[in-house]
Every structure is written in C-alpha cells, then in structure tokens.
Design a protein around this ligand. Structure first.
Ligand code: KIV
Ligand code: ZN
Length: 397
C-alpha cells in the first residue's frame, strides 16, 4: 500500500445504524453493503453480531455475499468475539473489531464494580489486560484484528499509549483512536496522533485509524487533521449518520481530499461517482432525510439561486463551484429560480424548456417573473410555461 493512501472504513451499517430513528432490516443492510462495495470502500463494518439475532444474520449474509473486507464489532470479551467470528466465518476477507473503554469517564462509569479493581489505577490495569486478551483471542480466528480505545479523545495520553502498545503486542493490525464524544479540536487531535506515534513501541506494525464523532461539527476536520499526523484509516458513514450528531461523513472527507489535492497529498480508492446513489439509498432505507444544505449530497449542494451566482456559474462553473456535480454522481447543477434570480438564469431555463426569447420578450417575462417570485419561494417550470402563455412564441426548432 502506498504511504499516502487513506483506507476508508465504512461504518454506516454499524455506528450509522445506531442513529436514533434509523434501523435497517437484513435485506436493506445487504443491499447497502453491495452499494458500498460498488463505492469501493476498503472495509465494511457490517454490524455488532452479539447484539441481536438480526444483527448476526445481517453480518453473516454480508460476509457470504459481498466482496470486500467485512468487519464485525465485539466488546473485549470471549462471548462477543466468538459471535463476531461465527458471523464473519463465510467472508474470504474478515476483520474482528474489538474495543475497550479507556477514558476515566468511561472506566469509572462502566467499570465501577470492585471486581475490576478498587482504585482507578487498578481498573486501568484490568482494562489493559482485557484488551490484550481480547486481541489475542480474536487473532485465533483471523489475522486481521482491529482494536479501538473507546473515548480515546478524552483519554490521558500516557495511559492511551500503554493500551495501544498492549493491543499491538497482542497482534492488533489496526489501532483505532476514536473521538467517541466528538470533543476534541483538530489541532489537539492531530497532536494526539503525533504523540502516539512517538510514544507507542512498534506503532509501525499497525495502521493507525481514527473514528470521529460530530458533536461539535468537527468530525471531518478532525479526521483530516489526524491524517496529516499519520493516521492511514478513516472511519466514516454515508451522510454522516451515527450516534447523536453522527460520525465523520464519508462523502465530505473523501471530497475534501479530492478537491484540495494541492494541500493534502493523500488519496482514497473511492469511486466518487457512486456517492450520490449511495447517499440516496441510505437515506431511503434508514428514513433519515439529508438536510437540504448538506455538503456534497444535499439538494442545495449544487443549486444556485441568486442572479449574481447564476450568471457566474452559467458563464463559468468554477466561479461558484469547487467540484462538479458529475464528480459525485449528480447529473448536473441546479439553477433554482426564485426572487433572487436574474435574467440570465431565467433565459437559460426558458431555453431548456424550448422557448426562444428575444431581448424584449425576456424583459417582459422577467417583469412578470419577479412579481410572481415575490409571492412564492420557488418558481417552477409550470409557472414559467404559464407566464410565457401567448406572449412569447414557442420555438420547437
Ligand atoms: O465511537 C466509538 O468509540 C465507537 C467504537 C466502538 C469504535 O464507535
Ligand atoms: Zn462511534
């Protein structure tokens, strides 16, 4: 693998499906997994098999049918890992993804019982041992084992380095640094990754991955910052869906790398022309609507309404577009006609509808158009046909 390739680990079917309000049946998960393979992601995290029979079944079906590295999640215990291994068994390329909680918030909140140790320090030692044992056990099923330090974003760097080192010693081939609560800032997260590279013995034996949540709207920015510090796998979801405010959005991260190649010397193998189809499918199946102004895939992402913008884009796209809609699989940009639109946008739309207008006719119809646009949010094609009426001759030639 080239050193500037960034692996895309898609967790739409696991973390994404954990979005409040989203749930997918087995058939829908399998369909999405096929589409993710078409999008050419490197790893598909298909689910959390121990969590329910349907989850187990979905992971198994995806492992049987979809040609990609298929990952399944497990906590750091034998029962979970065994379930993940069983569900993944049919996959020619499989990854067990196991995780432990490492921040003091999580350790005290989830491992309060004395059997994990009486003091925080004792509990921390227990977690290191659990993590080591979990990775070693997962390795008995597959060589490809990922370890995640949950809430790494809020974990003390010295302790985090110890946990990651233990996971690598046990055989983890990917070590994931999640910002589980979306708490970190880009420069801080970048420094954390750089510090781990310095502190962890044998860090070069594993791929450093990041998994950023979006509670402060920084998931994509944090992922980019981490890549600049040496992370080579980014975990993300389609449309940025996921727990609470969601995960890093796959389409935003990938297109940021593509569009800003001048400053970011990294690439992914994503077939960007499949982005829009995938976004539509995930939205339809989960029932989670994409906000209109969402970057890359929102309805307005390539729409232009104001006269100045329409005129600029119609003369030369680059004036207001930093990427083409076609590059993400959207057939063309959208000139939305409304109260801010100008004559140029109106004229082009009329031509698209088959009307050939003289300058004088355009003046007249533009006046009628602005009066109508003041009363409506958007002026549709049928409104224009009505406005044209007998006033302007239709030219079908
Ligand atoms: O956010 C998180 O920490 C996770 C882990 C299980 C990787 O989803
Ligand atoms: Zn997560």
């Amino acid at each position: 693998m080239k050193d500037n390739k960034i692996l895309i680990f898609d967790t739409t079917l696991r973390d994404g499906e954990q979005s409040p309000g989203a749930s997918l049946n087995v058939h829908e998960k399998v369909e999405i997994a096929h589409q993710l393979a078409k999008l050419n992601v490197d790893v598909i995290e298909a689910g959390f098999p121990i969590s329910s029979p349907a989850q187990f079944e979905a992971v198994k079906r995806i492992a049987e049918e979809v040609d990609c590295i298929i990952a399944a999640l497990s906590r750091a215990n034998e029962k979970d890992i065994k379930a993940a291994a069983e569900a993944l068994a049919p996959a020619p390329r499989k990854r067990i993804h196991t995780f432990s909680s490492t921040s003091d918030y999580h350790i005290l909140g989830k491992f309060g019982h004395e059997r994990y140790g009486k003091t925080l320090e004792e509990k921390r030692r227990t977690i290191i041992k659990m993590s080591y044992d979990a990775v070693a056990y997962a390795k008995t099923f597959t060589d490809d084992v990922e370890f995640s330090a949950e809430d790494a974003g809020r974990t003390d760097i010295g302790y985090l380095a110890e946990v990651i080192e233990a996971a690598i010693e046990a055989g983890a081939t990917t070590v994931n640094i999640p910002d589980t609560t979306g708490y970190t800032l880009p420069f801080e997260f970048a420094a954390k990754i750089a510090e781990l590279k310095k502190r962890v013995k044998n860090i070069e034996k594993a791929i450093i991955s990041v998994h950023c949540h979006n509670d402060l709207g920084l998931a994509v920015a944090n992922s980019i910052a981490a890549v600049q510090s040496g992370a080579r796998q980014v975990e993300c979801t389609i449309n940025g869906i996921g727990e609470r405010a969601g995960n890093a959005s796959l389409e935003e991260f990938v297109m940021a790398l593509n569009v800003r190649k001048d400053l970011l010397d990294f690439y992914t193998d994503i077939n960007t022309k499949e982005i829009y189809n995938t976004s539509k499918m995930v939205s339809a199946f989960t029932g989670l609507l994409v906000q209109r102004n969402k970057a890359i895939v929102g309805e307005n992402a390539f729409a232009h309404e104001s006269g100045i913008h329409q005129d600029g884009v119609l003369k030369s796209r680059e004036t207001y577009e930093i990427m083409t809609p076609e590059s993400v699989g959207i057939p063309k940009n959208n000139i939305v006609l409304g109260r801010h639109s100008g004559r140029h946008g109106l004229k082009v739309r009329l031509q698209e509808l088959g009307y050939k207008v003289t300058d004088e006719e355009l003046q007249n119809v533009y006046k009628a158009f602005t009066e109508l646009a003041d009363k409506k949010k958007e002026v549709f094609d049928d409104d224009l046909r009505m406005l044209m009426g007998d006033e302007i001759q239709k030219d079908n030639g």
